[in-house]
Ligand binder design. Structure first.
Ligand code: NAD
Ligand code: UDP
Length: 331
């Protein structure tokens, strides 16, 4: 297969590039590098079957040559990233998704949308099943992300029903692992960098809110399984083992061996109090389930954060497409 991955220089996208290249697929990675890093593609760029194009998908999307599948991951993804870029986030979910779908349609390609557990908002149903419609504040701060993904799901579904595009939607739950940005503001990267740097661990609110953390290798395997299937979804991809934020802080302190103090901060507005995926559909339709538990995944992630040297993205780019739109970044 020749697979186009938007957002391929990011955390999940770069692991997907590597997973597909490993099994012999050709990969075209499109990213505007607003949050992604060329460093994530170091391994991929050594492979002659890999091509990188710097391009803002909200401005248009075209690539030379055949395309058998499109995986659309381009979007600001961590809460601090999307809260700082409200308009870019809405544009990525709407115009970006439209351009990616149009390209898939032109090529007769399979289209995979990377949606999110955030479509469930602050869930009243627990664990979250795919038939739950969600509980989202449409004018709250997180709405720029949640509603953009909900719109992207609707647009994807309409392309399937009205235009016959072969589409699949996955709803990804909190995923962690090597190549997370140390400054992305997510809880796993924050706690690890804080502990390793000798800083206080910042727990927002009481720390009693829960999340279910999936290791990135498991998640990448799920994305590949969805690309290979003709399943329309939506399908939840996540690890159903549920932890409080306080439990996560304790685990990171124990595993880094750093007795970092815990500082409590205000809970962000509309922060979901609990989240856990029901994965029966993924097991049934994709034969997928996660196999890496939190302790093992954290060990790999802590080791990676502890040993990485940092490699600024200074290498020249092969190709440059549409540049990023001039939308304001807040804060
Ligand atoms: P990330 O920020 O590491 O990657 C996103 C990538 O998209 C970045 O490389 C960024 O530069 C790129 N991008 C953003 N806007 C773009 C645009 N307009 N044009 C081209 N490239 C653009 O985030 P991630 O964690 O790898 O998330 C990837 C996808 O998975 C996102 O769509 C996100 O919503 C979804 N997701 C991730 C998680 C998670 O836990 N990591 C959970 C749910 C959903
Ligand atoms: N969180 C925290 N301290 C941090 C970062 C996040 O306590 O330094 C909390 C956050 O309020 C949320 C949970 O950890 O309840 C997961 O946050 P993250 O940003 O990783 O992802 P979310 O699931 O909110 O999108």
């Amino acid at each position: 297969m020749r697979v186009l991955i938007t957002g391929g220089a990011g955390f999940l996208g770069s692991h997907l590039c590597d997973a597909l290249l490993r099994r012999g697929d050709a990969v075209v990675c499109v990213d505007d590098l607003s949050m992604g890093r060329l460093e994530n593609l170091r391994q991929a760029r050594r492979n002659p079957a890999f091509r990188f194009i710097q391009c803002d998908v909200t401005r248009g999307l075209d690539v030379p040559g055949p395309v058998d599948a499109v995986a659309h991951l381009a979007s600001p993804a961590s809460p601090p990233d999307y809260l700082r870029r409200p308009l870019q986030t809405l544009a990525a979910g709407s115009r970006g998704t439209e351009h990616a779908l149009a390209l898939a349609r032109r090529h007769g390609a399979r289209f995979l949308l990377a949606s999110t557990s955030e479509v469930y908002g602050s869930p009243e149903v627990h664990p979250q099943t795919e038939d739950y419609w969600g509980h989202v504040n449409p004018v709250g701060p997180r709405s720029v992300y949640d509603e953009s993904k909900r719109f992207a799901e609707a647009l994807t579904t309409a392309h399937r029903t009205a235009l016959g595009v072969d589409t699949g939607i996955v709803r990804i739950f909190n995923t962690y692992g090597p190549r997370m940005r140390e400054d992305d503001g997510r809880v796993v990267s924050n706690f690890i960098t804080q502990a390793l740097g000798g800083d206080a661990i910042t727990v927002y609110g009481s720390g009693e809110q829960t999340r279910s953390f999936c290791y990135v290798d498991d998640l990448a395997r799920g994305l590949v399984a969805m690309l290979d299937s003709d399943e329309p979804g939506p399908v939840n991809l996540g690890n159903p083992a549920e932890f409080t934020v306080t439990e996560l802080a304790g685990l990171v302190r124990r595993m880094t061996g750093v007795e970092a103090p815990v500082h409590y901060r205000e809970l962000p507005q509309d922060d979901p109090p609990r989240r856990r995926p029901a994965i029966d559909r993924a097991v049934r339709t994709l034969g997928w389930r996660p196999v890496v538990d939190l302790a093992e995944g954290l060990r790999h992630t802590i080791d990676w954060f502890a040993t990485r040297s940092g490699d600024p993205a200074t290498e020249p780019l092969a190709e440059v497409g549409a540049r990023s739109a001039d939308l304001p970044v807040v804060g």
